[in-house]
Structure formats: C-alpha cells, structure tokens
Design a protein around this ligand. Structure first.
Ligand code: CTP
Ligand code: CA
Length: 225
C-alpha cells in the first residue's frame, strides 16, 4: 500500500485534545455540569489520528465510545483535566475543545448533604484553573500550536478575539452556541478560525467535517516545520 507522508502528514507528531464537559462534585452523589456532548472534541481527536498524529484525548464524562487509535484518558473535574493534560505533555499541538466548568464547589462535602428543615445548603464556589491559559503560557515545554475554542452566545467574533489575546493561544475556534443554533450538544457546527492573521469563517457543516477541516489546517501549519 501507499501510506506515506501524503496520507499521514502528521506522522511522528504528538497532539493532545481535551473534550467534553467536566463534573464538579458537590458531594459524593451530586455535581455541577454543562450540556457539552464531547462530539466536536472526539471528532477532532479522530481526524488528527487519521492524519497520523499520536493523539491523547483527555475527556470529561460523555456518552461517546473511546475512539480507536487514540489514547483516551477519562477525567471528571477541571482539576483532574489539568493534571491529565500536563501529564500528557510534551506535545506538538494541544487543542482545547472541552467545555470546562468555570466554577467548582469550594469544599465539596465528604458525605451526602441532607435536607435540614428548609435550611438551604450554602454552596460557596471557587474558580477552576484555566487549562488552556495555563498550557499557552508555559515558559518551558509549550506546544508549538495551542488552539482554544470560544463558545459564545453573543458578539461571537469580538468575544473570541478578546479570548485569543487573554489566553495567549495561537488560534481560537469560535462558535455560536445560542440555544436556537442547536450547536451545543448537536451534530452540526459553524466555526470561525481566528489567529494573528485574521478571521476565516467555515460554512455550517457536521462536527465530523469541522474536525476534518481543522485537522487539515493543523497539518498545513506543521508542513515543512
Ligand atoms: N478553558 C479551559 N479551562 C477553563 C476554562 C476554559 O481550558 N477552566 C478553555 C476551553 O476549553 C476553551 C477556551 O478555554 O478552549 C475558552 O473557553 P470559554 O469557556 O469560552 O472561556 P472562558 O475563559 O471560561 O470565558 P467565559 O466567561 O466566556 O466562559
Ligand atoms: Ca467558560
């Protein structure tokens, strides 16, 4: 068979993809979560592996099967996702498709919280570590290409460009996740790729096709490097 550099332009490259939501424990039986399905991140992991990359998928809890040909690491919380991502370094590229919970309960209870005659539990929140910003700003061992996502419900491009600057990643993949778009948890996605050179808007397509297009762009980035 012909299976050389043409078909596997990312052979020999290591890539990390985060995907899915995180679950932040309240007590042993309850958690804070979000509606992320993990579909877009899983599709990206598969598309990169198809181009020959050695992919580690760091995934929060989803209903998706672990993709074949990819190393999967399953985590629950944002803190665990950060630790698993750091453990997967070094990498040539890191793609942060996870919908990381912004907050966790400051001190999760060891035992199930019981109702107490109308006395409501007082859940104090703490901010989670920003995994993308942490990896983007590593002084040593930073991946050559760091890609973030920006899920927005308004002013998509403006908010995404602010995120690109704030987090110091190389590319931001922005998308509109307003409920009427059906993007968050759905099968289709319309994304904008933002970087130092400008913005590029891809047509509405399946998350599989977004992943294929993105993997091709990543292969282009590494071509000749
Ligand atoms: N991200 C991350 N760790 C976090 C929060 C976000 O790695 N604790 C990553 C996401 O995976 C995504 C990017 O940062 O690639 C942007 O996530 P988003 O939730 O849009 O950004 P936030 O900075 O959390 O801003 P917002 O207030 O809009 O939620
Ligand atoms: Ca967020």
């Amino acid at each position: 068979f012909f299976d050389g550099a043409e078909n596997k332009p990312l052979a020999g490259r290591k890539m990390i993809v985060t995907a899915g939501p995180t679950h932040e424990p309240i007590d042993p039986v309850r958690y804070i979560a979000n509606r992320s399905s993990g579909k877009q991140g899983y599709a990206i992991a598969r598309a990169l592996a198809k181009l020959g990359a050695a992919v580690t998928l760091v995934s929060g809890p989803t209903r998706l099967p672990e993709p074949e040909g990819v190393t999967s690491v399953q985590v629950e919380s944002a803190k665990d996702m950060l630790a698993a991502t750091e453990a997967a370094l070094p990498a040539d590229a890191a793609i942060f498709a996870a919908a990381v919970a912004d907050w966790r309960v400051a001190s999760a209870a060891d035992q199930k919280i019981k109702k107490q005659d109308g006395d409501l539990p007082d859940l104090k929140l703490a901010e989670n570590p920003d995994i993308l910003a942490t990896i983007s700003q590593l002084s040593e061992g930073r991946p050559n290409l760091v890609v973030g996502f920006a899920a927005e419900t308004q002013n998509v491009l403006e908010n995404a460009r602010l995120k690109l600057g704030r987090k110091k990643c190389d590319w931001i993949i922005a998308n509109d996740v307003s409920p009427e778009t059906g993007t968050f948890g759905g099968d289709d996605n319309r994304v904008h790729i933002l970087n130092g050179e400008g913005n590029q808007t891809l047509p509405l397509m399946s998350k599989e096709d977004v992943a294929t297009a993105l993997a091709a762009r990543i292969a282009e980035f590494f071509h000749g490097k």
